[in-house]
Ligand binder design. Structure first.
Ligand code: GLN
Length: 512
């Protein structure tokens, strides 16, 4: 083993894979650094719900042995990747942030076992692809229950905290995955994005997060929230790292009928490509009242930066943007009310049985197992789907979804990509919005339209801002939205901006 120190976790993903593949640093050493950092930092930040030390060391040793035998390792050799707890990692508990996927302690089990998650007997396709590429999986990342939320405060296991300011949220729902990367516990992670759950936590933590085109990445093995919107995607400290992960997980999967058969793009190769001449559209609807002026200034400065790289910037209009929050919260709740029907105390996890009849079993299990926000959404979703209301809400929302998609089709006749803020605000304080669901929903305005349109979008850090009351400057994300399957173009532009971004290489400070 060489004597690389823990700072190797702050290297870019391609560099880590390179030194493992060449044998300069062993995968085992990297695995140990990652597990140490989790041990040091997770207690305060709540990024991981499950840590699997032994399995990770074993997998790393196996990689090192294979290399020693002359085998050529994959593009993520020895790279620790945190996995959102809504994704199946064979044999490791998956809770999706919910108590309902846990079971009560059986007689003779230790206390610790009381919150043992349901253990999936298979890998999600994305996990299997990362594994085949040589990635290591030190643990499962914290999240809002069933990915419903924007702050990770809806996790049944306590919130994740923002490493830039632990009194603030890292965003959500993939907050744990974002924190794992922002705090250097793992150089990459996977999240899922239904209405912003990769992009918004990436923005709040100063990391890069990509939501691929709907269907670009397999959903097989992802606990479903809203199936017409859910997509899995990567987090990394830089665009190149996120691009490498995306290249590994993207592509058709026979297990997911909605996965697309289109060729996988050259995402990493796009990093470094000249972006001069690309036309960037700026929709004024995304700079509406409610956007923090400091966030707006930071995003506009980034757009000027793109101009400096030879992009041409012009206004575009996305006139149905104002309807995105209402549309999303009808469709997403409708789909979740149906998807979550399977958690009934019979097939998975928790069972609370008052020993009366089957309905009493459902009621008691769901009553005890689901948290407040999940119950709220199941009720809303059931309402908008119920006879008499279906046409007025669900069907109408489907129609508005088409209008939102057409806005983008129209805009992409004139521009190659669209640039906006990821969120109208910076990371807010834990507790600030949790009792006001509407305020929480409204803050999703900038990420929902691309989700409803099924388009690829990413978040890349721009200049941090010092908001009143904050101890230090907080990260801001620039959102780039592209036409379907143009992830590579987004990577090229994000990478070009990253090279000149004032946020480049900024990391939160840790005393230990
Ligand atoms: N914040 C949005 C919601 O609560 C989006 C969540 C997500 O993308 N999973 O539904």
């Amino acid at each position: 083993m060489s004597a690389a120190d823990a700072a190797i976790l702050d290297w870019s993903i391609p560099e880590i894979a390179r030194v493992v593949r060449s044998g300069e640093v062993s995968a085992e050493e990297i695995a140990r650094h990652s597990l140490d950092r989790i041990e040091q930092r997770n207690g305060r930040l709540g990024a991981f719900l499950t840590v699997q030390g032994e399995q990770t060391i074993d997998a790393a040793r196996d990689l090192d042995e294979r290399r020693a035998r002359g085998e050529r390792l994959g593009p993520l050799a020895g790279v620790p990747i945190g996995i959102k707890d809504a994704l199946c990692l064979e044999g490791s508990p998956a809770t999706a942030g919910s108590k309902i996927l846990t079971r009560a302690a059986q007689p003779g089990e230790r206390d610790l076992d009381a919150y043992r998650g349901w253990r999936p007997p298979y890998d999600a396709t994305v996990v299997a692809r990362l594994r085949a590429a040589g990635a290591l999986f030190p643990g499962k990342c914290n999240m809002d229950e069933f990915a419903m939320g924007s702050s990770t405060e809806n996790s049944a296991f306590g919130p994740a905290r923002n490493p830039w300011d632990p009194t603030r949220t890292p965003g959500g729902s993939s907050g744990g995955s974002a924190v794992a990367v922002a705090s250097g516990m793992t150089p990459g992670s996977l999240g899922s994005d239904t209405g912003g759950s990769i992009r918004q936590p990436a923005a709040f933590t100063g990391t890069v997060g990509i939501k691929p085109t709907y269907g670009r990445v397999s959903r097989y093995g992802l606990v479903a929230f809203a199936s017409s919107l859910d997509q899995v995607g990567p987090f990394a400290a830089d665009v190149r790292g996120a691009a490498r992960i995306l290249g590994v997980i993207a592509g058709r999967d026979p297990h997911d009928a909605t996965s697309l058969d289109a060729p996988v793009g050259a995402y990493e190769e796009a990093c470094g490509r000249d972006v001069a001449g690309l036309r960037v559209g700026i929709p004024e609807e995304y700079f509406a009242a409610g956007t923090d002026p400091l966030v707006e200034a930071s995003v506009r400065a980034a757009i000027r930066g793109l101009e400096g790289q030879g992009c041409t910037v012009r206004p575009v209009s996305l006139p149905h943007t104002h309807a995105a929050v209402a549309t999303y919260y009808i469709l997403a709740t409708a789909e979740c009310s149906s998807n979550l029907a399977r958690f009934d105390g019979v097939r998975f996890g928790l069972r609370v049985d008052p020993k009366k009849d089957l309905n009493a079993l459902y009621e008691a299990t769901r009553g005890a197992g689901f948290g407040r926000e999940v119950k709220r959404r199941i009720m809303l979703g059931t309402y908008v789907l119920s006879s008499g209301y279906y046409d007025a809400y669900y069907l109408r929302a489907q129609r508005v979804r088409t209008l939102i998609r057409r806005d983008f089709d129209e805009a992409f006749r004139d521009v190659d990509l669209i640039a906006t803020p990821v969120s109208p605000v910076v990371a807010f304080r834990l507790g600030e919005k949790i009792d006001d669901p509407l305020a929480m929903y409204l803050a999703d305005i900038d990420t929902l339209p691309a989700s409803l349109a099924g388009l690829p979008a990413l978040s890349v850090p721009c200049a941090p801002v010092l908001v009143p009351g904050a101890a230090a400057p907080l990260p801001v994300g620039l959102q780039l939205i592209g036409p379907a399957l143009e992830e590579a173009r987004l990577c090229a532009v994000a990478h070009a901006w990253e090279q000149i971004s004032p946020a480049r290489s900024l990391r939160p400070r840790f005393d230990a």
